[in-house]
Ligand binder design. Structure first.
Ligand SMILES: [Zn+2]
Length: 101
């Protein structure tokens, strides 16, 4: 799991293919991520009291992390990420342009 909060990703498969957004949450196990504007489910809530209006609640649902690709901020493409060690620090690098991300 190389993705982290704040990364820009693009959906690679499914009905929302091509949508881009920022990761707002990464599931602790790394299997799913919540991406801004992706996989929004609308939920209608009925009024519970008389005189109250029904509401439409938009909920962002997680998406499988395997279905999204990292978008490199340097080259702007959906790329694979690699790691390199730099002064005992592990940094993520874009496999396409080599930029640290
Ligand atoms: Zn790049």
């Amino acid at each position: 799991m190389k993705l982290k909060k704040g990364d820009t990703v693009v959906v690679l498969s499914g009905k929302e293919k091509g949508k881009k957004g920022k990761i707002v949450r990464v599931h602790p196990a790394g299997l799913t991520v919540v991406v801004e504007g992706v996989n929004i489910k609308k939920k209608h809530r009925r009024p519970t009291k008389s005189g109250e209006k029904g509401q439409v609640i938009e909920k962002q649902n997680p998406i499988a992390s395997g279905k999204v690709g990292f978008v490199c901020p340097a080259c702007g493409k959906a790329v694979r990420l690699g790691y390199k060690l730099e002064e005992k620090r592990k940094v993520r690098v874009c496999k396409k342009c080599g930029a640290e991300v």
